[in-house]
Design a protein around this ligand. Sequence first.
Ligand SMILES: [Zn+2]
Ligand SMILES: [Zn+2]
Length: 140
Amino acid sequence: MAVCLNHTDTPAVTSCAACGKPICEKCVVAGAYCSAECQAKADLAAGRTHQMMEGKARTDKKNKALKTVIFLILLAAAAAGAYYYMQNPKKAKNHFNELSGTVKNAGKAVGKRVDEAKERTNKRLNQDSRYKKNAEKLVK
Ligand SMILES: [Zn+2]
Ligand SMILES: [Zn+2]
């Protein structure tokens, strides 16, 4: 068993909870430390940990509150949409038809562009094959 750092003839009963020094019964401060400084250091560290835990708890609470707010906004938007639909079913249907019409037109526009691109590619391919034929003629 180690001896006390302060009293080399006395066996240590424990070691400091902060710095790990072996200490005898007479030297123990506050039941676990070798000195008042070590006790203060440990208290400070514990306080900091406590503060960090509290800060994290606060952030978690904030995030929860934000999620709740977003959920409520979405709920309100859905409710407003449902309410609008119930009040003006015809208007809502028209809106829906307009919307689907817009989507269809957009789809047509994209299809047209794809067709144009295909045409351009085909033209280029034809040109290429013409070049090839010309080249073949030259070789012959
Ligand atoms: Zn210590
Ligand atoms: Zn001692």
